[in-house]
Design a protein around this ligand. Structure first.
Ligand SMILES: *Cc1c(COP(=O)(O)O)cnc(C)c1O
Length: 370
């Protein structure tokens, strides 16, 4: 063993690496399966793929990749500004919305600061906090969701940042917008609040976020959005943050000048113009969620009601069941690293994918009982 890891600071060596969904090709190699026979319901990707308009934009943009991308994403900035009613200087684009989360941590947190997030909240919050040597403060969950009173009580003079995922991944829980607004109001204005709305497109019309309208009132609010989920562009890596222009100015100082590639920019512009694709994705998810939760209920499995495009369910011997699912070509996400070792998270797929998963699971469970 070399001593090279010792060169990294303690807080870096303490980071638990992010565990993503297993790629289809990797499982195929490991199990000797055909890629075509594998169902991946592990990363909350859009089973419908991407908008045909985005596909056309990608095909076109491919011709121009010898050039650097527009470091200011001007055309996309125009499109986002128009769609969401924010000024150009309130928008920061990221290499995925994870990039925005990291930019906030890198630009604002120092080692003596604290960042607050919930137990079972998205794994990237602790990652980006620990990567800059700041202290993460975990607020115990309440019914698997954010305990916002607990957040207020966790605030100390060292608190600089609060992360909230709404809906949260991997629990799918949603904070009602009135409750959220009251919370933001109660947080001292010198503490930044990152509101991660990666799944907003999957919310019903009455639940949809109104937080963008709150930006003028709360200068400490940062909203992050992504093209990875309902827009289907996970592989292109593009997301954005909406915030006060002064906060955006700071993030732009630490941002890599060309952090968003040209194909992603073109695809995102076309995606925003295709409301029909998002509507179809929403409808497919509603139907798939009904199919999935009904199937889980029939198997007498408890699940956490979800507002997103995945659902986490409780199953005895979750790690073993996950392994058996893999052997049968079904990739889910074990969430032991979210302190939920008895749960597995399944993304809502196409009707046939959901059916395949449910049928394999049924077989596994019936064998395990014997
Ligand atoms: C998937 C997800 C994201 C999106 O990450 P990208 O970097 O935009 O792909 C952000 N936040 C949460 C809570 C997520 O589940």
């Amino acid at each position: 063993m070399s001593n090279l890891t010792q060169l990294a600071p303690d807080y870096i060596r303490a980071i638990a690496p992010y565990q993503g969904g297993k790629p289809i090709a990797e499982l195929a190699r490991e199990m000797g399966l055909n890629e075509a026979d594998i169902v991946k319901l592990a990363s909350n990707e859009n089973p419908l793929g991407i908008s045909p308009k985005a596909q056309m934009a990608i095909d076109e943009a491919v011709h121009d990749i010898a050039r650097y991308p527009d470091g200011n994403s001007f055309t996309l900035r125009q499109a986002v500004s128009e769609k969401f009613g924010v000024d150009y200087n309130q928008i920061v684009f990221g290499n995925g919305s994870n990039d925005i989360l990291e930019l906030v941590a890198r630009a604002f947190l120092v080692a003596s600061d604290e960042a607050i997030y919930a137990q079972h909240a998205f794994a990237v919050y602790p990652l980006v906090t620990q990567a800059v040597g700041a202290a993460g403060v975990v607020v115990p969950a309440k019914n698997y969701g954010h305990d916002l009173d607990g957040f207020l009580m966790a605030i100390t003079p060292k608190t600089k940042l609060i992360f909230i995922a709404n809906p949260n991944n991997p629990t799918g829980t949603l904070i009602h917008k009135n409750v959220l607004r009251a919370f933001i109001h109660a947080v001292p204005s010198h503490i930044l609040i990152v509101l991660d709305e990666a799944y907003d497109e999957y919310l019903s019309s009455e639940n949809k976020s109104e937080a963008i309208a709150w930006l003028s009132e709360f200068e400490n609010l940062i909203i992050s959005r992504t093209f990875s989920k309902a827009y289907g562009l996970a592989g292109l890596r593009i997301g954005f943050g909406l915030m006060h222009a002064d906060v955006a100015d700071i993030l732009n100082r630490v941002r890599q000048p060309f952090n968003v590639n040209s194909i992603a920019q073109a695809a995102a512009v076309a995606s925003l113009a295709d409301g029909d694709f998002v509507a179809r994705s929403y409808a497919a998810n509603q139907a798939g969620m009904a199919q999935m939760t009904q199937g889980l209920s029939e198997l007498r499995l408890e699940y956490i009601p979800s507002h997103a495009n995945f659902v986490s369910f409780k199953v005895a011997n979750a790690a073993q069941v996950n392994q058996q699912l893999l052997q049968n070509g079904v990739i889910l996400r074990p969430i032991a690293n979210y302190e939920m070792p008895d749960y597995l998270r399944v993304s809502i797929g196409l009707f046939c994918e959901n059916a395949r998963f449910l049928s394999v699971l049924k077989t596994i469970l019936s064998h395990n009982i014997k």
